[in-house]
Design a protein around this ligand. Sequence first.
Ligand SMILES: Nc1ncnc2c1ncn2[C@@H]1O[C@H](COP(=O)(O)OP(=O)(O)OP(=O)(O)O)[C@@H](O)[C@H]1O
Length: 352
Amino acid sequence: MTAQIEMRDIQKHYGSFHALKGISLTIDKGSFVALVGPSGCGKSTLLRSIAGLETITSGTLQIAGKAMNGVPPRHRDIAMVFQSYALYPHMTVEENLTYSLRLHGVGKADARQKAAEVAATTGLTSLLGRYPRQLSGGQRQRVAMGRAIIRNPKAFLFDEPLSNLDASLRVQMRKEIRALHDRLGATSVYVTHDQIEAMTMADWVVVMRDGLIEQQGRPLDLYDKPVNRFVAGFIGSPAMNFMPGHIAETGNAVVLADGAGTLPLDRSLAPGRAVIVGVRPEHLDVAGDAATFHLEIGTVESTGSATYLTSPDGNFQLVQSERTSLASGDRLGLRIDAAKIHLFDPQSGIAL
Ligand SMILES: Nc1ncnc2c1ncn2[C@@H]1O[C@H](COP(=O)(O)OP(=O)(O)OP(=O)(O)O)[C@@H](O)[C@H]1O
């Protein structure tokens, strides 16, 4: 039943506003794809276009090999799960689950049977007689998913389904949704602004900005090989540090601006060329005598398992797993593996 979703050069205009500027994306059958990007980048618009809740201005959208342009949402065989669960408050869990089946003319006994199956899959068996107000946030989320599953759709579309839940429940529901996806062999498209959610749940992550796809790939490939400064800064938490500099006389080192020091490179570039250096907070080592550059410490924060050291201007951060006796005002010697250094063109932001 699950299906591939194929998009070719999709454009969406809201009046004079150009929300999607040419999206081409293949969502493989059975895959879990996350759409991420800053607020307003068009991820919900793209998801709603797949569902048929928005009409695309141009381009083609196919589900299971069939063109969907002009096909109304109810004939697309797709289920959508939102953050506001949209459960009917005056119906029990069972009635909420079977509502759409009954609407489509499925008999009462068959619908009950189906509800029992779905309840077993989603851990709702003991809650079938309850009303939504008698459920926790996580249980309501499961009913919303159960309601999506029950129609055996070709694909699941999730629009920030977990943003109403507290942090620990969110972590648990992440695992549940992914496990459910695997059990059902579903095709899932998941919109989130939380890149950790995207990285941990998805097989394939699509990073969007301003109505365009900046990069798509496997989660760790995006982390290791961002194609530009935007993706580098968006994927990874805490975010990558960026510093201006230029290539040294030798060609295989970067001289940082403001006399902070130099960084080794594992390749050669044109001497004198201006660059933006990117280093991840977790890739910096405190080095003592082996330091190649220095950082002044502004704040020291410890969570117990990690220590976060931040520069006085807040623009540079490093994370250490050891505790530290360092304090504000200390000058810290650092080093980094040449292989972990990212370079970007200062004008275009493209990775060098
Ligand atoms: N019906 C509409 N009419 C006009 N503009 C719209 C409409 N719906 C969305 N937009 C605009 O299109 C752009 C993309 O919106 P969209 O909801 O897809 O963003 P998003 O990436 O999902 O953001 P968020 O994370 O904030 O939900 C935004 O600039 C938004 O203001």
